[in-house]
Design a protein around this ligand. Structure first.
Ligand code: G1P
Length: 299
């Protein structure tokens, strides 16, 4: 069985939900406290054994390339200012993995983004991580949980979680037969079904391990929901040719692709970090007190 060495991370999206912040800055570079979202994603991949990160990128995304490159002028300036601790922090970012960039010239959907990486991935299984979902699990990183299932069965594995039925329209939904706790043999997949049409509430959460046969399936997949080439549709096609598994990912999940989820993620991370924890806790209690007083004065 081939080792999972490469991860594809699509980053070409416009980030419309965060305008004006994303007018000139990639949404992937927005920070959670002081680290950009994309760095958490790369760290998850690297902690799971990934050696090569393939960014499927687009126009106005130069900041991502710069972030994962050496910054000699900055390092020099920091050294001169006696701030060596920062020199290590910024250098380690570039040493984590090999970084490869490929431009997705047109935005024709997630499936199209994955297909764009075909000649760099080659004929080997690979991981996919989407930047909108942060998964916190220090002992057992999200994508590693899927790689472990791949090691057992040698087939594609999709990361899932159970969502409330009224939210199925936001996700790819899978229906499968549970073979072990949290692991299913996938029978059926559908992209963003309305709640009353969803075959289950098991949602795809932006982590995949895929066999290279997905590329051929993508080439045969017609454009689907939203006029885009959908990875979910290609997986449904692949499912007719080889078995696919799903695995419920264990850990805390944050959807940072929308404003409210982003705010929640910042609070959660700030409450975990030793340097911000006490301050933020106090701030929240203070605000809660104020809100209570306000509510009382209105009754
Ligand atoms: C994509 C996938 C969808 C998946 C989701 C997870 O949708 O197409 O199947 O559930 O990511 O974040 P997007 O959110 O990019 O529209």
């Amino acid at each position: 069985m081939q080792k999972i060495r490469k991860a594809v991370i699509p980053v070409a999206g416009f980030g419309t939900r965060f305008l004006p912040a994303t007018k000139a800055t990639p949404k992937e570079m927005m920070p959670i406290v002081d680290k950009p979202i994309i760095q958490y994603i790369v760290e998850e991949a690297v902690a799971s054994g990934i050696e090569t990160i393939i960014f499927v990128t687009g126009r106005h995304k130069r900041a991502i390339e710069d972030h994962f490159d050496y910054a000699p002028e900055l390092e020099h300036a920091l050294e001169r200012a006696g701030k060596e601790e920062y020199v290590n922090i910024i250098r380690e970012i570039s040493d984590m993995a090999d970084f490869v960039y490929i431009r997705q010239k047109e935005q024709l959907g997630l499936g199209h983004a994955i297909l764009t990486a075909e000649h760099i991935v080659g004929n080997e299984p690979f991981a996919v991580l989407l930047g909108d979902e942060l998964i916190i699990n220090e002992e057992n990183p999200g994508i590693k949980q899927l790689i472990d299932v791949y090691k057992k069965f040698g087939k594609s594995v999709i990361g899932t979680t159970d969502v409330p039925r009224e939210e199925t329209y936001k996700y790819g939904i899978i229906e499968g037969s549970e073979i072990e706790r949290g692991i299913r043999l996938v029978n059926y997949l559908v992209e963003k079904p309305e709640p009353h049409e969803a075959p289950s509430t098991s949602a795809i959460i932006g982590r995949y391990v895929l066999t290279p046969n997905i590329f051929d399936a993508l080439k045969r997949t017609p454009f689907g929901k939203g006029g885009e080439l959908q990875l979910t549709d290609a997986l449904m096609l692949l499912r007719q040719e080889e078995v696919i598994y799903s695995k419920d990912i264990e850990g805390i999940r944050h959807d940072t692709g929308n404003k409210l989820g982003y705010i929640k993620a910042i609070l959660d991370f700030a409450l975990r970090r030793p340097d911000t924890k006490d301050f933020v806790k106090e701030l929240i209690l203070e605000q809660a007190e104020k809100l209570k007083e306000e509510a009382n004065s209105q009754t």
